[in-house]
Every structure is written in C-alpha cells, then in structure tokens.
Write a protein that binds this ligand. Structure first.
Ligand SMILES: Nc1ncnc2c1ncn2[C@@H]1O[C@H](COP(=O)(O)OP(=O)(O)OP(=O)(O)O)[C@@H](O)[C@H]1O
Ligand SMILES: [Mg+2]
Length: 251
C-alpha cells in the first residue's frame, strides 16, 4: 500500500468544447491530511475534484487513490473510499424524500435496514436537519439542500471526504456546525472553497490553483497569510487575520 493516499501526477483536462481547465496539476496527499483548495472563479477547483472521483478522466497524467489508478474499471473501488459533496446540491438529491436520499448510499452497500436507519439518523443529526427527513428535497431551501447533500455523503462513512463549496448558502449557525464537524472528521479531507476562514480553521494545508495549475502548496497559515500571493490569485486574506475595518489596527 502506497503511503501517499492521493497522488495526482501531471494531470491535464480539457472539456469537450476544447476549454483547457487543468494544465499539469501535481500533488500528493497523505492519509489523514486536511487540504483546502482555493482559487478564483474558473481556476479549475471543481474540475479537479470531479477528476478525483472519476466523474471525468484526465486527458494526460494519472490520479491514484492508494495503489489504484482511477479509470473506468476501478471506479466501484474508488467510489467506496471517497465521498464527494458536489457544488450544486440539486445534482446530489434525486429521491422522493431526504431520508431516502441519505439512505441511498448505505443501501447500495447492502447494509441491513437497522444499520441504514442508524447511519441516516446520525448523518441528519450531524448536519442539523433530522426534522426535514420526510420532506421532498426539491422543496427545501438552498441551505437545507446543502445540508442534506452533506448528509448523503456522511452516511456512507467515507475514508476520504471531498467537498466543493460546502459552506455556500449555509446560515451562520449551520456553517459553524459544519466547521465543528469538519474539525472532528479525522479522515482525509479535501475542501474547495472561497471561504478562507473555514479553511483556516479546518485544513492544515492549502493549495492555490490559478488557471488550471498549482501556484502555491503549503501550510495553511503560511499560504493564506501571504498577502501578495493571495492578491495575485484574486483572493483575500481570511477575515480573522485582516486588520480591523474600523480602526485599521492589527488583530
Ligand atoms: N462543462 C463545461 N464545459 C466547458 N468548460 C467548462 C465546463 N465546466 C467548467 N468549464 C470551464 O473550466 C474552467 C474551470 O472551471 P471549474 O468549474 O473547475 O472552476 P472553479 O475553480 O470550480 O470555479 P468556481 O470558483 O466558480 O466554482 C472554467 O474556465 C470553466 O469555464
Ligand atoms: Mg467550482
């Protein structure tokens, strides 16, 4: 078994219309690491996450999960290890009720109904939406849908948790609950977001992507506090380390 859990080797990806989205991405992530992926709109974050789950495949280069290279043949094995929360929750919810959606993954693993129920209720409680379990997902608000989408992944208890913009549309209390949850989640996690403060709190390492390439990769506190680097990447310092907006004094 390789020590590196995720190994992205010089990966290129272009969309069918010819748009070059990833232009030679290389990084390794060890088991248990927490990694934030940041970058401007259109930098290639979502494309990269979709490659890690084998939703799309590299045009050049390879992605390994452990010793397994992601390809069509290895997808069932890969999907057992990775849970991905998509950027658009509507793409993740398709059953008649929230409960059914959250139960879908565990049922696919052929777990008995008692275990399925236990996992569903635990996942719903974790994201604070047990009261919505019987509602049809399409009737939920944006933030409620996002919480439900996160629960569909938590119920599968994945080794690797991948989230694309998990805090978008969440109210402050739900965002705080998610941050606490992410801090407790000791497995490997990769989070793409524009929420720098969330990354600051939940990820020990941060990768900045710009125009489909990695332009910085290091400890979160070094990367996100580098004002010049952040400005050049169309990003801002996390609010928690910005100067006071009223008096300008340092925090
Ligand atoms: N289905 C598609 N077909 C063609 N080009 C696409 C498609 N999806 C994304 N792109 C392009 O690929 C590039 C990378 O997009 P991607 O969605 O990965 O960016 P992102 O970093 O996730 O941005 P955001 O912060 O806005 O979510 C962009 O230039 C985008 O316009
Ligand atoms: Mg995106």
């Amino acid at each position: 078994m390789s020590h590196d859990f995720i190994d992205c080797k010089d990966v290129y990806y272009s969309y069918p219309d010819g748009k070059k989205a990833l232009n030679g991405i290389t990084f390794k992530i060890s088991r248990g690491e927490s990694v934030g992926i940041v970058g401007a709109n259109g930098a290639g974050k979502s494309t990269l996450l979709n490659l890690l789950l084998g939703i799309i495949f590299p045009i050049n280069g390879q992605v390994y999960i452990g010793d397994t290279m992601i390809c069509k043949k290895t997808l069932p094995l890969i999907r057992e290890k990775i849970g991905l929360v998509l950027q658009d929750a509507d793409n993740q919810l398709f059953m008649p009720s929230v409960y059914e959606d959250v139960a879908f993954g565990p049922r696919n693993y052929k777990l008995d109904e008692k275990e399925v129920h236990k996992r569903v209720m635990k996942a719903l409680e974790t994201v604070g939406i047990s009261h919505l379990k019987d509602r049809p997902p399409y009737k939920l608000s944006g933030g409620e849908k996002r919480a439900a989408a996160i629960a569909t992944v938590l119920s599968m208890e994945p080794d690797i948790l991948i989230m694309d913009e998990p805090t978008a549309a969440l109210d402050p209390k739900s965002r705080r609950r998610l941050i606490s949850l992410l801090k407790e989640f000791t497995h490997t996690k990769i989070i793409a977001t524009h929420d720098m403060d969330m990354i600051w709190e939940t990820c020990e390492r941060t990768i900045i992507i710009s125009e489909g390439t990695v332009i910085a990769d290091g400890p979160t506190r070094e990367v996100l506090s580098n004002e010049e680097l952040m400005n050049n990447s169309s990003l801002e310092l996390p609010l928690c380390i910005q100067n006071c907006p009223i008096c300008g004094s340092k925090k």
